[in-house]
Design a protein around this ligand. Sequence first.
Ligand code: C2E
Ligand code: MG
Ligand code: MG
Ligand code: MG
Length: 285
Amino acid sequence: AAKSTRGNQYRLYRPNMEEANDKWLLLETKLHQALKKDILELHYQPKIDLKTDKVIGMEALLRWYDPELGQMPPDRFIPFAEECGLINDIGVWVLRKASAQARAWNESYHLNLRVAVNISPIHISTTGFVDMVRDVIAETGINPHLLEIEITEMSMLDYTEDLIDTIKQLRALGITISLDDFGTGYSSLNYLKKFPVDVLKIDRAFVRDIVPEKSGIAMISAMISLAHALNLEVVAEGVEEEAELKVLREQGCEYVQGYYFSKPLSVEDFTKLIDESVSVNKSDF
Ligand code: C2E
Ligand code: MG
Ligand code: MG
Ligand code: MG
């Protein structure tokens, strides 16, 4: 019935609530199952230190392939998971998986790669979050100094003293905190001052604007200066072009991520990348 109303000029006045509900339920069930059956996967995107041009760590990015729905983009299913309440379980799963994987790579190759995990502002604001992180650290044996948590700027919108306290506790454990997608949210500079983070991740939207727009360079330059004035390190996201990289270097950006260096890689492909680098450089990555 829903199909036949599509394209019908009265469609707007007869939203098929039942169909919407069914879709929602199906998605929720599927995501729940994927989590329970360990079907979700993490890919890892290298982060490059511009001082040495070496890989210093990686960001874990969630991948969900469903046989019927196909490859589901995280930009779509993460907000859904936040709404239906699955996000906390997903966050714990990601943290555990990424920590165990990073520890395994670091042990077998004698490396000190730092793994970054994206955590939803909803999850980090949950009571017991720090205890959970402490448990995962103990369980996986990851060095907390090699663990990073990325939270989006959005969380500062409804930031509370509790959230600031949580972040302080995480940092006291040795964990690095970075502010993801900087520049796309609604935070004021005042919030940034109050927010005790270590790293600022400049959103790809600003990196993309670098060339050939002169104002784009001014913007990036101002963001990097601001970060440095606040004693924060800077990561630029989504670097695709040599020209972007050149400007970022000139402006003193510390780290970059992007297709120019590498897409997010499966565990197998990331291992290959380490293997190749290690065999060329002898334990240097
Ligand atoms: P994000 O944390 O800002 O991650 C960066 C996104 O940019 C990733 O998309 C990455 O694949 C993509 N990217 C990296 N380099 C380039 C580039 O050079 N060009 C372009 N066009 N894109 C690039 P992805 O993996 O689709 O993830 C999208 C968003 O979904 C993430 O943005 C993050 O907010 C969220 N997300 C992904 N995994 C997780 C997770 O495990 N937990 C949570 N809470 N959110 C996640
Ligand atoms: Mg991120
Ligand atoms: Mg980002
Ligand atoms: Mg993003």
